[in-house]
Design a protein around this ligand. Structure first.
Ligand SMILES: N[C@@H](CCC(=O)N[C@@H](CS)C(=O)NCC(=O)O)C(=O)O
Length: 219
């Protein structure tokens, strides 16, 4: 049965799930969220009134939340490459997944959403706080990420699926600026991974829509 993926190539959380689909070589059908395909948006809103992409439809199963989609794919395929089946080694992977979502992606989204608000309705204090939170997260990652391999060790995991869009967009919104070479090297390793390069190629045609497009995407 074919999988239906409701999302958009530019969306960071969609990219997190798309990397897993690519890593596990799972075919799927797009349900693109775009003004050209309003029927997809209407169906998506009916299936998931909270309306945060991505949503995966696997037969009768509706799978929401990017981390859960990645887990679902592993269980579906009986392929535990991205999250160890043993809960003990899975724990540090889950921890890093939460770090990238909560402490990198969340402040980065705050800055982006603020920039989209009408003039006069913006919250400069909230943006300054989000930028400070990113600096704190970058500093922790600088000390915590291994100098080689992947976030949770030798294997590429769910944590790296989360890290890639989080660090890519965060470093676009709030540049690493040469201050965090270990984080930069990790981001470079992520960008060189074929699954991630494929996702990047699919998103590139939409980059001009990103609010910080004028400042140039991270190299
Ligand atoms: N916790 C959700 C977050 C998903 C999310 O924030 N998706 C964004 C796109 S990257 C979205 O759909 N935002 C719609 C909105 O904010 O109204 C997950 O992990 O999947």
């Amino acid at each position: 049965m074919s999988l239906l993926f409701y999302g958009h190539p530019l969306s960071s959380y969609c990219q997190k799930a798309l990397i897993a689909l690519e890593e596990l070589s799972i075919p799927f059908e797009w349900r693109l969220m775009s003004s050209d395909t309003p029927e997809n948006g209407a169906e998506f809103a009916r299936l998931w009134p909270i309306a945060h992409m991505p949503l995966l439809r696997d037969g009768e199963a509706l799978v929401r939340e990017a981390s859960v989609i990645v887990e679902h794919l592993g269980l579906r395929q009986g392929d535990h490459r991205l999250l160890p089946a043993d809960p003990k080694p899975a724990l540090p992977v889950r921890f890093l997944d939460r770090v990238f979502d909560n402490y990198v992606m969340t402040p980065q989204q705050t800055i982006v959403f603020e920039s989209l608000r009408p003039e006069g309705q913006r919250d400069p204090h909230g943006v300054a706080q989000a930028r400070a939170r990113l600096d704190t997260a970058y500093a922790w990652l600088e000390d915590s990420l291994p100098a080689t391999g992947w976030a949770a060790g030798a294997d590429f995991t769910l944590a790296d699926c989360a890290a890639s869009p989080a660090l890519f967009y965060a470093s676009w919104t709030h540049p690493l600026g040469g201050r965090f070479p270990n984080v930069q090297n990790y981001l470079d390793r992520l960008e060189a991974r074929p699954s991630i390069a494929a996702i990047r190629d699919r998103a590139r045609p939409y980059w001009h829509l990103f609010p910080f497009a004028g400042e140039g995407a991270p190299a």
